[in-house]
Design a binder for this molecule. Structure first.
Ligand SMILES: Cc1ncc(COP(=O)(O)O)c(C=O)c1O
Length: 427
């Protein structure tokens, strides 16, 4: 979309005055003068997340073990209750999603279920730019089957180090591939893949297709009725602001209900017979079959409040503002920062990008430290990327303008030069 942006802070203020989501900012805890641009890594805490957590603590205080019985068993059925609240984000049925584990464990659980290598079809297809934990999970699952990761994992290479060509993925979907595990949005460059096209191409070749939505959930709407993936996983602590280590989501397409879960446990048993304590597993006939042990209630409670907030705001409205904010950021980068060696490393096409911008610079690491000194919180990804995520529910156009002002000041005054290039433990 062509937008007629203008330079100058007055223009940013004008955009803010027309922003229909601006009242949501008050729901979040943001420091005085802080410019939080790292919601793509760990979303800011909201009052809504805090309230649902405190509510659960209150129930625990008063009810103790009876927490599982009160409110019609709401907390006993909490994984699916939260799954249901997540359904509008991906246009899935409520019982196709359950909230459990972390993202990596959900990949293990899905692969333990769907990866059934045979002599002819034994490979898992991944891409070179996916998040390391996905690659580690895939390698260990291959090894559990006694296979050699070098032979059983097929890696689609990037042509430019930033993006993955969809045609290359499709070309790699050969008859020996059993499962493809792909990211919806690449964690570094923010490239958004055409999930519908790739899932269909995989299915045409008899491949099980799973997606990791960690970098798109809560900023990009998905339509699983159209995409029709076999399974999907995502974390809830990035754009969704569920809290540090909040539990992840596991989506299982309803066509797979009744499939034996690869990793079973008593919480995956049918609820009505769970407490009969039978050693024979009688799994639920929906995504809850993939639950294992007692849900991590305190890591789930904040998700309830924040999902209600996202649903009230509407994921399509969130996407619209997110694209507007990132378009504006790219405009300012191109018009004010390129002359200092900065480059936008994210595709501009709305259909091909998620909710953050990869700002590239040869001195990106030290500049990211200088930003933090100025109360701007981005993150850094090797080798040269500062990720900047203006988040629709709590960042403003004026915030974007201020960040660009500060970046310009840092490079013109060379304040970043006083920092060491030696990487910190967490960057
Ligand atoms: C794409 C992607 N997959 C998986 C993970 C790992 O998630 P978790 O720590 O919940 O296992 C991350 C974490 O940032 C991620 O970005």
């Amino acid at each position: 979309m062509e937008r007629n942006f203008k330079l100058g802070v007055e223009f940013a203020k004008e955009l803010d005055s027309k922003d229909e989501l601006k009242s949501y900012r008050e729901r979040f805890y943001l420091g005085e003068g802080e410019l939080y641009f790292d919601g793509n890594s760990l979303g800011a805490c909201s009052k809504d997340a805090e309230e649902s957590l405190l509510e659960m603590l209150d129930v625990w205080k008063k009810e103790k073990i009876l927490i599982w019985n009160v409110k019609d068993g709401k907390y006993f059925k909490y994984p699916q209750y939260l799954g249901g609240l997540s359904a509008p984000l991906v246009n899935a049925d409520e019982n196709e999603i359950t909230i459990t584990n972390n993202t990596t464990m959900n990949i293990h659980s899905a692969l333990a279920t769907f990866y059934r290598p045979t002599g002819e079809r034994y490979k898992i297809l991944v891409d070179e730019l996916n998040f390391p934990s996905d690659a580690h999970a895939v390698a260990s699952q291959v090894k559990l089957h006694g296979l050699d990761p070098d032979k059983a994992i097929k890696v689609v290479k990037s042509r430019d180090g930033r993006n993955i060509e969809e045609d290359d993925i499709i070309e790699a979907m050969t008859d020996d591939v059993a499962v493809a595990l792909l990211p919806s949005v690449l964690y570094r460059s923010a490239q958004l893949l055409d999930m519908e096209r790739l899932t269909k191409a995989g299915h045409d070749k008899g491949i099980i297709v799973g997606w990791d939505l960690s970098h798109s959930i809560g900023s990009v709407p998905h339509d699983f009725k159209k995409v029709d993936p076999d399974f999907a996983v995502w974390c809830t602590y990035k754009h969704l602001s569920g809290g540090p280590g909040s539990n992840a989501a596991l989506y299982i397409n309803k066509k797979h209900f009744g499939t034996d879960p690869g990793l079973a446990g008593w919480f995956g048993n049918k609820k009505e017979s769970q407490f009969l304590m039978d050693h024979r597993h009688d799994p639920e006939l929906d995504a809850d079959a993939w639950l294992t042990g007692t849900p991590n209630m305190l890591s789930m409670a904040p998700i309830e409040g924040v999902l209600k907030l996202f649903n009230a705001a509407g994921i399509h409205n969130i996407r619209e503002k997110s694209l507007f904010l990132t378009d504006y950021l790219v405009f300012l980068i191109e018009n004010r920062l390129e002359k200092y060696g900065f480059k936008n490393g994210t595709l501009k096409d709305h259909n091909r990008r998620g909710g953050h911008i990869a700002l590239e610079h040869d001195d990106a690491y030290r500049i990211s430290l200088a930003l933090k000194e100025k109360n701007v919180i981005p993150d850094f990804r090797e080798p040269n990327v500062i990720r900047l995520a203006p988040v629709a529910l709590y960042n403003s156009f004026e915030d974007v303008h201020k960040v660009v002002d500060i970046l310009e000041e840092i490079v013109t005054e060379k304040t970043y030069e006083k920092f060491s290039d030696k990487r910190a433990l967490v960057v």
